[in-house]
Design a protein around this ligand. Sequence first.
Ligand SMILES: CC(C)(COP(=O)(O)OP(=O)(O)OC[C@H]1O[C@@H](n2cnc3c(N)ncnc32)[C@H](O)[C@@H]1OP(=O)(O)O)[C@@H](O)C(=O)NCCC(=O)NCCS
Length: 157
Amino acid sequence: MLSKSNIDIRPIQSKRELDDMYYQRWLVLRAPLGMDRGSEKDKHDYSAFHLVAVCEEKIIGSARLRQLSAQLGSIAYVAVLSEFRSQGLGTKLIKKLMEQAQEKNLKSLRLMARSNTLGFYHRIGFLEKGEPFNFLGIPHIFMYANLPLFCDNVEDR
Ligand SMILES: CC(C)(COP(=O)(O)OP(=O)(O)OC[C@H]1O[C@@H](n2cnc3c(N)ncnc32)[C@H](O)[C@@H]1OP(=O)(O)O)[C@@H](O)C(=O)NCCC(=O)NCCS
């Protein structure tokens, strides 16, 4: 079980951490699909806000926020190492990105959810919109949440 005391959720602090984050992102979101290193990156990464969960200098979770317009932000690459799941880390990462989005005066957030994660995002206040579609051979659907979402109702574990 995680001890909260040694988990730090914060922005990336160095090039080394960025590389470690890409590796963790690949491990969780691409390697299980048999995809090569590099497939975890996209052209928006250089201008995005990257948040990581760090435990004893190891990146155990990560997620990204980028601005699509003056009002809309996009959350992507939400990834928690399997041995650290269902302990509130994913929720904390999203909650911190929501706070960051509010600081940027964004009014709503969008994400592309894998169909097997809808329950997780529903709990945080996201609702699906539009038709499901395939991405990387996995059914996805867009989900949205309006801000402010009273982060405080996403109970701290
Ligand atoms: C989806 C993911 C980010 C959730 O992170 P996590 O740290 O396990 O989530 P939390 O512990 O904060 O979960 C909060 C609640 O949502 C529930 N939950 C977690 N994953 C869920 C899922 N896939 N479907 C439904 N509910 C889920 C948890 O059981 C928990 O419920 P509880 O409060 O009743 O205990 C993580 O499981 C993961 O990285 N999965 C693999 C990669 C992936 O699918 N990423 C998302 C791509 S869109």
